[in-house]
Design a binder for this molecule. Sequence first.
Ligand code: URA
Length: 213
Amino acid sequence: MRLADERLNVLEHPLIAHKMSIMRDGSTAPSQFRQLVHEVAMLEVYEASRDLATEPVEVETPLRRTVGKRIAGEKLAVVPILRAGMGMLDGVLSAIPSAAVGVLGMERDEQTHQPHEYYAKMPRGIADRTVFLIDPMLATGGSALSAIHYLREQGVCDIRFLVLVAAPEGVRAVLQEDPDVRIWTCALDDGLNEQAYILPGLGDAGDRIFGTL
Ligand code: URA
């Protein structure tokens, strides 16, 4: 698999690039960091929802009847991976307020070191929904794959994984393991350090969102 995979979307937009530079800056305060995560998540889901099907809808304006468009029957869900994914939730919901929300908590098993879900609460009919899975950082891909595996087990077909920063290692792992998932990222960085932090990255996204530095 090459990284120039058609299922990988690296967003190039001046607004996103500008906001990402401020987020990468280690001196940016948690309050501003949180606000920027919100703004970038909103822009990202705008891109990741580009190909949703629409259908015509008749509308009565104050002046006359016309035909507009609406999202065609697709039920949408947003699924943040705890904890850092919560930082992107409001941004995504401000673009798609009617989306249902599922929550997925992932932790590493002490014995096997494999991530598995310790908490999952999905909206009804999750199998029939287009799911925007959200987590700011795609590092090794361990928790992402575990989350994707969980959603596949629930019968979800259309998984759109939205991250802010991705490492090539994580992208490769996710695309290799799951033949259908699509990824959107605002940056594709150089790689991982020994502690599996993304370089140059932006540090620990969860700590910066929640001010637990
Ligand atoms: N998780 C983070 O929050 N940051 C990284 O760089 C890698 C994983």
